[in-house]
Design a protein around this ligand. Structure first.
Ligand SMILES: Nc1ncnc2c1ncn2[C@@H]1O[C@H](COP(=O)(O)OP(=O)(O)O)[C@@H](O)[C@H]1O
Ligand SMILES: O=P(O)(O)OC[C@H]1O[C@H](OP(=O)(O)OP(=O)(O)O)[C@H](O)[C@@H]1O
Length: 184
C-alpha cells in the first residue's frame, strides 16, 4: 500500500512549523514521517530546517536528488527525493510547502492531501512581530500575501486563530479521517 502525502500550507507565521512540531511530539514518527526541509537560509533559534548553501542546493537539484524545490522570499526551499521512497514503502508523510507552488507539487504527487492554515491578518501580524524573525518590510510582505487564493478539489482548511492545541486536534482528526484511523 502506498503512503499518503499531506502538504501543509499557509502564510509565513500562520503556524506550519509549530503544528508540525506539535504533531511530531504528539503522534511520534510511527504514524507520520516529517522529512526535513532544506533552505538556503541559516536556521535561527527554534527553526527546524537544514541549511544548505545555494551552491550545494544547485548541485543537488541538477543531480536529481530533490523531490521538490521552489524559490520564495529570495531563498531556495526543497525536500530530498526520500519522500518518494517513504511513500512507496507505505509511510505517510507530512511536509510544509508553498501555496504558490501547489499546482506544481500536485503534478509530481497527484494524490496529495493539501491543507491550508487559516489565520486572520491581524493575528498573523501579532505572531510575526512576536517571533521576531522578520523586519517590518518582510512582515508587510507576508501580510500582503496572507490571503493568496489556493485552489485544489481536496483542499482542507484548518483554523489556527485560536490555540495551537485546538488547531492540532482539528488537524489530527482530519489526518485520521484520511487514514481511516478510528478516533480514541
Ligand atoms: N495557535 C497559535 N497561538 C499562538 N501562537 C501561535 C499559534 N500558532 C503559531 N504561533 C506562533 O506564531 C509564530 C509563527 O508560527 P510558525 O509556526 O513559525 O509559522 P510558520 O511556520 O507558518 O511560518 C511563532 O512564534 C509561533 O509560536
Ligand atoms: O507560496 P507561499 O505560500 O507564500 O510560501 C512562501 C514560502 O513560505 C513558506 O515557508 P515559511 O512560512 O517557512 O517561510 P519563511 O521561510 O519565511 O519562514 C513556504 O514553505 C514557502 O517556502
Amino acid at each position: 500500500m502506498h503512503g499518503e502525502l499531506f502538504y501543509l500550507m499557509g502564510a509565513s507565521g500562520s503556524g506550519k512549523e509549530s503544528l508540525i512540531s506539535y504533531l511530531r511530539l504528539s503522534l511520534g514518527e510511527s504514524q507520520l514521517s516529517f522529512p526535513k526541509r532544506m533552505i538556503t537560509r541559516e536556521a535561527k533559534d527554534q527553526e527546524n530546517h537544514q541549511f544548505v548553501s545555494v551552491e550545494q542546493f544547485e548541485v543537488m537539484k541538477t543531480a536529481g536528488e530533490l523531490a521538490l524545490s521552489w524559490n520564495s522570499h529570495g531563498y531556495w526551499y526543497g525536500f530530498a527525493k526520500e519522500i518518494h521512497q517513504l511513500l512507496a514503502d507505505g509511510k505517510h508523510v507530512m511536509i510544509n510547502g508553498s501555496r504558490e507552488y501547489l499546482s506544481e507539487v500536485a503534478k509530481i504527487f497527484p494524490n496529495i492531501w493539501p491543507i491550508l492554515l487559516d489565520v486572520h491578518p491581524d493575528i498573523l501580524r501579532q505572531r510575526l512581530e512576536q517571533r521576531g524573525k522578520d523586519d517590518e518590510l518582510a512582515i508587510e510582505d507576508r501580510i500582503h500575501t496572507s490571503k493568496m487564493p489556493v485552489n485544489h478539489p481536496r483542499l482542507k482548511l484548518i483554523d489556527n486563530n485560536h490555540s495551537i492545541g485546538q488547531a492540532s486536534q482539528e488537524l489530527v482528526r482530519y489526518i485520521n479521517q484520511v487514514l481511516e484511523i478510528p478516533a480514541e
